[in-house]
Design a protein around this ligand. Structure first.
Ligand code: ADP
Length: 289
């Protein structure tokens, strides 16, 4: 059916970022709950975000039911409400490995779908993975996502959070449209981002700089492009989990695992699906209480 903005009551603010504010809203007639994200017209990338959300439709992506015009000329995305919020609020607590495997598996399914639609997300970070209390993990926020052209060309620019940027994305000269052999696989950046997310949830803090160090652009660039991966404390992770993270956080994008490789990785493929789902629900439930 057709939705209009005036059919909704704003209940609370769910979050805000660069693009605008996200409200929890209720549809007056049906009482159904949604998340409403206002995207300011003047914001760079506003048109791209609308284009991408119209292009994608998958159980692993936060669903956009409608794009509504506002009185001031902005756009409002009527999104499926994810009642567990985003994964950034779960950083710092205990995150059992089974629950991590479930996050990784579902995020990878989302990335595999995006790839089939030739979409690069480019802003994979805990705040952009949304969860529901029944254990679904979905990719959201297409604020700087991009559709890769048939020729494989895409925009290369410093955008997104430097903390989650892959090494090759710091090298814009090359990633733009250099020669054939120089060309960067645009999808590899999202795999890197997923690796940082998994490691961050495991370690309970941003993992690529020592605890307490300020996340300045220069410190991040050095750590990401040239630094060693942090040592995961003994006993904190299985061999499979260590291998998975190392495959995602391979600095050379040509050697980095692909989404398809990772879906077949034992950390994900050999997990007990029911137990992992339960473990994830428990983590979400504990936070929501
Ligand atoms: P921005 O592009 O401004 O970063 P996001 O789309 O990332 O905006 O949303 C900001 C925050 O709002 C998210 O981190 C999340 O906490 C909350 N949020 C966004 N979309 C939803 C949703 N569909 N359901 C529940 N919370 C959401």
């Amino acid at each position: 059916g057709e939705f209009r903005l005036l059919d909704f009551d704003r209940l609370s603010v769910l979050g805000s970022g660069n693009g605008g504010t996200v409200h929890k809203v209720s549809h007056r007639r049906t009482s159904a709950l949604y998340a409403l994200k206002i995207i300011h017209r003047g914001h760079p990338g506003a048109a791209d975000e609308v284009e991408v959300v119209r292009r994608v439709d998958s159980p692993h992506i936060v669903r956009c039911h409608s794009v509504l015009p506002t009185a001031s000329g902005d756009s409002a995305l009527l999104l499926e409400l994810m009642d567990g919020g985003s994964l950034d609020s779960l950083v710092g607590g205990v995150f059992p490995e089974a629950a991590l495997a479930e996050v990784a598996a579902q995020a990878l399914s989302g990335l595999a779908y995006l790839r089939s639609r030739r979409v690069v997300h480019r802003d994979m970070k805990p705040a952009n993975l949304l969860v529901s209390r029944d254990g679904h993990v979905k990719i959201g926020d297409f604020g700087i996502a991009e559709v890769v052209s048939r020729a494989g060309k895409y925009r290369a620019a410093y955008e997104g959070t430097a903390a989650y940027m892959s090494p090759e994305r710091f090298d814009t000269e090359r990633s733009r449209d250099g020669g054939e052999e120089d060309r960067v696989d645009p999808y590899a950046a999202d795999v890197w981002g997923l690796g940082v997310i998994v490691l961050e949830l495991l370690m309970g803090r941003y993992p690529l700089l020592p605890a307490g160090q300020k996340l300045t652009w220069a410190a991040l660039m050095c750590a990401i492009c040239f630094g060693e991966l942090p040592a995961i404390p003994d006993g904190l992770a299985s061999r499979e989990l260590r291998g998975f993270v190392a495959a995602c956080l391979q600095k050379d994008h040509r050697k980095r695992a692909s989404v398809a490789d990772l879906l077949a990785h034992p950390f994900v493929a050999a997990r007990d699906v029911a137990a992992s789902r339960r473990a994830l629900c428990q983590v979400i439930e504990q936070r929501c209480r």
